[in-house]
Ligand binder design. Structure first.
Ligand code: 5SP
Ligand code: FE2
Length: 231
C-alpha cells in the first residue's frame, strides 16, 4: 500500500486549514509538516503551535519532519501538539537512539531522515526503534527543488536493508521519499522501493489558481502512476 503525503510547505499559509481539508478530501493519506529552524537548515517555517492549530482540522496522520538542531527539546512539544510521526536528521541529534526513544515514549512513530549525502549506516543499530526511514531526494530547506537522481540507487539499498530486517523481525519499516516527487517520476521512485511519497509543490502548486478540482486531479494522477507499478 502506498501513501501520499502532501507537504504543507507549499500550501497557502493564509488558508492552511482549508488547504489541508481539501488535500485530504482529494485523497491525501498523510499531512507532511516541515519544521525548519534557520540553523540546521537555512529557512524558518512552522512549529508546535501550528501543529496544534491544524490537529482538529483533520484525522489524517501528521508527519512532522524536523529540520532543527538540537531535536530532543522540541519532541515532547510536537507530541502534545498532536503529531503522529516524528522524523529527524541524525546529524542534528547528539544521541540518535535516545531521540528515537523519546519520540516513541511520547506515543508517536519515529523515523530517521537521510540527506542525499548521509550514509545509510546510521540506521544499522537502531532498526528496532525505527518506524520510518525517510530519504531526502533534495537537500533540505526548501520546496520546489529538482529530484536528485542518485537517490534511486540509495532507495534500492534502503529497501534491501528494510526487507532483510522485516524477514528477521516481522516488523515493516516504512520507506518515505521527500523532494522533487512529481507525476512524471513517482512510478520510477516506487519501483526503486519507496512506499510513502511526500509531494509539496507538485500538489499545492497545482491548486494555486484556486480551482478546487486541481488537487483531485494531481493526487489522482500520482495514484494512477502508482497503480501502474502495482502493490
Ligand atoms: O523537507 C522538505 C524540504 O526540505 C520537503 O518536504 C519539501 O517541502 C518538499 O517539497 P517538493 O520538493 O515536493 O516541492
Ligand atoms: Fe520534508
Amino acid at each position: 500500500m502506498y501513501r501520499i503525503a502532501p507537504s504543507i510547505l507549499s500550501a497557502d499559509f493564509a488558508r492552511l486549514g482549508e488547504e489541508i481539508t481539501r488535500v485530504v478530501a482529494s485523497g491525501a493519506d498523510w499531512i507532511h509538516f516541515d519544521v525548519m529552524d534557520n540553523h540546521y537548515v537555512p529557512n524558518l517555517t512552522i512549529g508546535p503551535l501550528v501543529c496544534e492549530a491544524i490537529r482538529p482540522v483533520t484525522q489524517a496522520p501528521i508527519d512532522v519532519h524536523l529540520m532543527v538542531k538540537p531535536v530532543d527539546r522540541i519532541i515532547p512539544d510536537f507530541a502534545r501538539a498532536g503529531a503522529d510521526v516524528i522524523t529527524f536528521h541524525p546529524e542534528a541529534s547528539e544521541h540518535i537512539d535516545r531521540s528515537l526513544g523519546l519520540i516513541r515514549d511520547s506515543g508517536c512513530r519515529a523515523g530517521l531522515v537521510f540527506n542525499p549525502a548521509t550514509p545509510l549506516h546510521y540506521m544499522d543499530h537502531v532498526m528496532d526503534k525505527l518506524d520510518v526511514v525517510l530519504l531526502m531526494s533534495v537537500n533540505p530547506g526548501f520546496g520546489g527543488q529538482k529530484f536528485i537522481p542518485e537517490t534511486l540507487s540509495k532507495l534500492r539499498a534502503a529497501r534491501d536493508r528494510i526487507d532483510a530486517y522485516a524477514a528477521k523481525s516481522g516488523r515493516r519499516i516504512l520507506l518515505e521519499i521527500d523532494g522533487g516527487v512529481k507525476v512524471d517520476n513517482i512510478a520510477e521512485i516506487a519501483r526503486a522501493g519507496a512506499d510513502t511519497f511526500v509531494a509539496g509543490s507538485a500538489v499545492f502548486g497545482a491548486g494555486r489558481d484556486g480551482d478546487p478540482n486541481r488537487y483531485d486531479s494531481v493526487i489522482g494522477a500520482l495514484r494512477a502512476e502508482l497503480a501502474r507499478v502495482g502493490a
